[in-house]
Design a protein around this ligand. Structure first.
Ligand SMILES: Nc1nc2c(ncn2[C@@H]2O[C@H](COP(=O)(O)OP(=O)(O)OP(=O)(O)O)[C@@H](O)[C@H]2O)c(=O)[nH]1
Ligand SMILES: [Mg+2]
Length: 230
């Protein structure tokens, strides 16, 4: 998080995941859904894309949104380049551009044939966050491309999270911060849960900062508190 002298707060949110999982498409659809100003965020600059002619991201995409209810809150939203050889660029986007990352949306390509590739990316994310996911960096999951056939279910992905110790049981104090799992479609005309998932990560990133001093706040009840709307 970056706080400017004029009172503006910038939260950095990153869409992370394997090549072709839909990160750029998600950000484009989020732009289209929010540009008319009828939601809790509105884009305040054009979407910046550094990509190949094929559409694959070469470095990153970046969009800036402003909260429409809390005008001093801004979100810098990045996508990383998912190609396997680009991990050093992903680390740079994650840690260096503008600021350190405040919150992550992990974007899965739900097609079963990519099961292992998604796990590989989750391990990479775990490693570059030094195991700070959930405890210090809120994260949620999008099982994208659910409009296609032969896709994984949320139970499948929860099992992966459990195996990677990214899922807490009901007695654990971090239980309320387990990642929500959204089954999404990023294509604009069939769009599903693109805004809702962003809203949730924005809400969590705000709560971690306001109530947890940058960590998961564990001793309060937050079920309907929202930085975007209160
Ligand atoms: N059917 C379907 N296709 C999708 C969906 N989301 C994205 N796509 C398509 O998948 C392809 C890759 O999407 P991108 O958004 O470029 O993927 P990316 O994650 O940004 O990929 P990199 O930049 O290479 O990491 C494009 O042809 C998209 O139209 C979805 O929900 N359903
Ligand atoms: Mg991309």
């Amino acid at each position: 998080m970056v706080q400017h002298n004029n009172g503006n707060t910038y939260l950095k949110i990153v869409y992370y995941g394997m090549a072709g999982s839909g990160k750029t498409t998600i950000l484009e659809t989020l732009y289209k859904l929010t540009k008319d100003g009828n939601r809790e965020i509105i884009p305040v600059s054009d979407l910046q894309k550094i990509d190949r002619t094929s559409g694959a991201t070469l470095y990153f995409d970046r969009g800036i949104f402003q909260s429409t209810k809390k005008r001093k809150v801004y979100y810098r939203v990045y996508t990383v380049a998912g190609q396997k050889g680009f991990s050093s660029l992903r680390i740079k986007v994650f840690n260096k551009l503008d600021a350190e990352t405040d919150a992550v949306i992990f974007v899965v390509d739900s097609q079963i044939k990519f099961f292992e590739d998604n796990i590989e990316f989750l391990l990479e994310l775990k490693s570059i966050t030094n195991n700070r996911l959930i405890k210090e960096i809120p994260f949620i999951v999008m099982l994208n491309k659910q409009d296609l056939k032969a896709v994984i279910s949320d139970e499948d992905f929860i099992q992966i999270l459990k195996n990677e110790k990214l899922w807490y049981g009901p007695k654990n104090k971090f239980y309320i911060w387990n990642p929500l799992i959204y089954k999404t479609c990023a294509l604009f005309d069939q769009e599903k849960d693109i805004y809702r998932s962003f809203y949730e990560i924005a809400r969590r990133s705000g709560l971690y900062h306001i109530y947890g001093d940058g960590k998961a706040p564990v001793d309060k009840e937050f079920s309907d508190t929202s930085i975007l709307t209160t």
